[in-house]
Design a protein around this ligand. Structure first.
Ligand code: SF4
Ligand code: SF4
Length: 175
């Protein structure tokens, strides 16, 4: 498998945040604190190499049937709600956005799985987000989509969204 250029992507997402101010101050950093016990952040395939030796987190391999990235081993990082910010993993840097497919194009929009956690996702208004953040996150996901297991992950997420959009209760949400 091709190697994902993690360092380059970490760098691209180092100094951008969803809002021009620190949204963690507004919500009490809910995305870092509101997960149930045992729930963590997915690491992208190969990203586990950066977290195995850290004393502030634990890396757990997911069972075969629960791999979110088809064709690759998958790991969850349990962080206990604190991390040295420059070391946070990629999916923490891209939240509250997630990638989906529109035709063959990779686009970003609010992460539907963050709906119960993030006030920005609940609000559902992309225009409140810093355009630089949106642009960087989208640029990163476009590169990531070139890696087969991640493309599979985006395809599964897109299919799930499309299926749920047909449910009547989904109309309660603005996007
Ligand atoms: S939950 Fe949403 S608003 Fe709060 S820190 Fe995370 S991304 Fe920002
Ligand atoms: S790794 Fe850091 S940014 Fe990510 S959920 Fe944990 S504390 Fe939050």
């Amino acid at each position: 498998m091709k190697q994902i250029p993690f360092e380059k992507m970490y760098h691209l997402l180092e100094d951008v945040t969803p809002l021009p101010i620190d949204c963690g101050h507004l919500c009490g950093s809910k995305c870092c604190t509101e997960w149930e016990s045992g729930v963590g952040v997915y690491l992208l395939p190969g990203e586990e190499q950066f977290f195995r030796d850290k004393d502030w987190c634990e890396v757990v391999e997911l069972p075969q049937g629960e791999h979110p990235f088809p064709g690759a081993k998958s790991y969850l990082m349990l962080c206990r709600g604190t991390c040295p910010r420059p070391q946070r993993p990629l999916l923490c840097r891209t939240f509250p956005l997630a990638a989906r497919l529109e035709g063959d194009k990779t686009r970003v929009d609010f992460d539907y799985d963050g709906l119960m956690i993030c006030p920005l996702v609940k609000l559902g208004e992309m225009e409140y987000l810093d355009p630089k953040f949106i642009g960087r996150v989208e640029a990163v996901w476009i590169v990531l989509a070139g890696f087969e297991p991640i493309r599979g992950y985006i395809e599964k997420y897109t299919a799930r969204l499309e299926s749920e959009r047909k449910q009547p209760w989904r109309r309660l949400f603005p996007y």
